[in-house]
Ligand binder design. Structure first.
Ligand code: NAD
Ligand code: LMR
Length: 335
C-alpha cells in the first residue's frame, strides 16, 4: 500500500510543519505540496531529504499545479487561507477563505473525487459546508469522506483540563470528546465524559468549571493574542491535523479498528444526532468511528449535564447560521 497525500496551502504556517509530520508517516509514499506562493517548491527540497519513504513534490498554482498535486491523491489536507489577527473572529475570514476553499474543492471534484478531504481553513463551521456544496454540485459528494478538522479543540481539552486539575503532565492520559463546531461557543467540550473521569472537585466548583470550558472554547484567541498580529495557532494545529490524518490513515488503509475521533462531519438525517441536539443540522462535530470508507459510524453524544445542555443551546444559537452562510455562498452563486 502506498498513499498519495496532498497538502493545499503547504507553504504556510500550518502547511510546512504539517508536511514535515506527514513525511514521517511510512504509509505515505507520495506527498504533494501545493500553494499559491513559489516557496512551496522549496519546502519539498528541504523536507525531501528526510529519510522516510514519501517522495515529496511542490506544485504552484500558476503552473496548473492543482491538477498535478491532486491527481491520484488518496488524502487531501487543506490549511490554505488567511489566519486571524487580534480582534477578529473566525467568521471575519469568510470573505477571503470561502473562495479559496471553493476553488480547491472544485479541484478535488475534478482530479481526485474519491479522496478523503480534511479541512482546516477557517471558518471551519462554514468552509466544510462550502466544500460539500461544491462536491454535491459536481455529483461527487460522499458525506463519509469530508471532515472538518476539530482535533485542536480535543487536544486543548486534554491539555487545559490537566492543567486545571493541577496535573499538567497528565494531558496524554485524558480523552475528552469535544463536539459541536470550531469557533467560540460552538465548541462544546463534554468534560463530564472525560476518560478517565476528571475529579469530582472540578465539577463541584462551578466557577472553575466555567473558566476551563471558556478557555477550551477560546483557546485559539490565546494564541492569536500571544502572536500579536503574526497569525494564529500553527504548530499545535500541525500536530492536531497530523494526529487526525494519522488516525484516518490507520483506520481507512491499515485495517485498525476501534479508531474514534471527533470531527465536524455531515450528519443530516442522522436520527441519533437529531434527537441528541434537537435539530436536524447538516453538520456537527461528533465522535466518529473511522474505517475503510471514512465515517463508518457516528457514536452517541452520551448524556449531557445540565451545564452542558446550556452550552449546547449557545452552540445552536450560532452554528446553523454559519452552516447556512457556507451553503448559500455556493448555492447563491448558482442562481
Ligand atoms: N481548524 C483549526 O483548528 C485551525 C487551527 C489553526 C488555523 N486554522 C486556519 O488555517 C488557515 C491557515 O492558517 P496558517 O496559519 O497556516 O496561515 P498562513 O497564512 O501561514 O498560511 C496559509 C497558506 O495558504 C496559502 N494559500 C492562500 N491561498 C491559497 C490557495 N488559493 N491555494 C493554495 N494555497 C493558498 C498561502 O499562500 C499560505 O502559504 C487559516 O484559515 C486559519 O484560520 C484552522
Ligand atoms: O483561532 C484561530 O483563528 C485559529 C484556530 O481556529 C484555532 O482554534 O487556533
Amino acid at each position: 500500500m502506498g498513499l498519495k497525500t496532498a497538502v493545499l496551502g503547504a507553504a504556510g504556517g500550518i502547511g510546512q510543519p504539517l508536511a514535515l509530520l506527514l513525511k514521517q508517516n511510512p504509509a505515505i509514499t507520495e506527498l504533494a505540496l501545493f500553494d499559491v506562493v513559489p516557496v512551496v517548491k522549496g519546502v519539498p527540497a528541504d523536507i525531501g531529504h528526510v529519510d522516510t519513504p514519501a517522495v515529496t513534490t511542490g506544485y504552484v498554482k500558476d503552473e496548473d499545479g492543482l491538477k498535478g498535486a491532486l491527481t491520484g491523491a488518496d488524502l487531501v489536507v487543506i490549511p490554505a487561507g488567511v489566519p486571524r489577527k487580534p480582534g477578529m473572529t473566525r467568521d471575519d475570514l469568510f470573505n477571503i477563505n470561502a473562495g479559496i476553499v471553493r476553488d480547491l474543492a472544485q479541484g478535488i471534484a475534478d482530479f481526485c473525487p474519491k479522496a478523503f478531504v480534511l479541512i482546516i481553513s477557517n471558518p471551519v463551521n462554514s468552509t466544510v459546508p462550502i466544500a460539500a456544496e461544491v462536491l454535491k454540485a459536481a455529483g461527487v459528494f460522499d458525506p463519509k469522506r469530508v471532515f472538518g478538522v476539530t482535533t485542536l479543540d480535543v487536544v486543548r481539552a486534554s491539555t487545559m483540563s490537566a492543567q486545571a486539575i493541577g496535573k499538567p503532565n497528565s494531558a496524554p492520559e485524558y480523552t475528552i470528546p469535544v463536539v459541536g463546531g470550531h469557533s467560540g461557543v460552538t465548541i462544546l467540550p463534554l468534560l463530564s465524559q472525560a476518560q478517565p473521569a476528571l475529579p469530582k472537585s472540578l465539577f463541584d466548583d462551578e466557577a472553575k468549571l466555567k473558566e476551563l470550558v471558556k478557555r477550551i472554547q477560546f483557546g485559539g484567541d490565546e494564541v492569536v493574542q500571544a502572536k500579536a498580529g503574526a497569525g494564529s495557532a500553527t504548530l499545535s494545529m500541525a500536530y492536531a491535523g497530523y494526529k487526525f490524518a494519522a488516525q484516518l490513515i490507520s483506520a481507512a488503509f491499515e485495517g485498525k479498528t476501534g479508531v474514534v475521533a471527533p470531527s465536524y462531519v455531515y450528519v443530516k438525517g442522522n436520527a441519533d444526532v437529531t434527537k441528541a441536539i434537537g435539530q436536524d443540522l447538516a453538520f456537527f462535530s461528533v465522535p466518529v468511528e473511522l474505517g475503510p470508507n471514512g465515517v463508518e459510524k457516528v457514536h452517541p453524544l452520551g448524556d449531557l449535564t445540565a451545564f452542558e445542555k446550556e452550552l449546547l443551546e449557545a452552540c445552536l444559537g450560532e452554528l446553523p447560521g454559519s452552516i447556512s452562510k457556507g451553503e448559500s455562498f455556493i448555492q447563491g452563486s448558482k442562481l
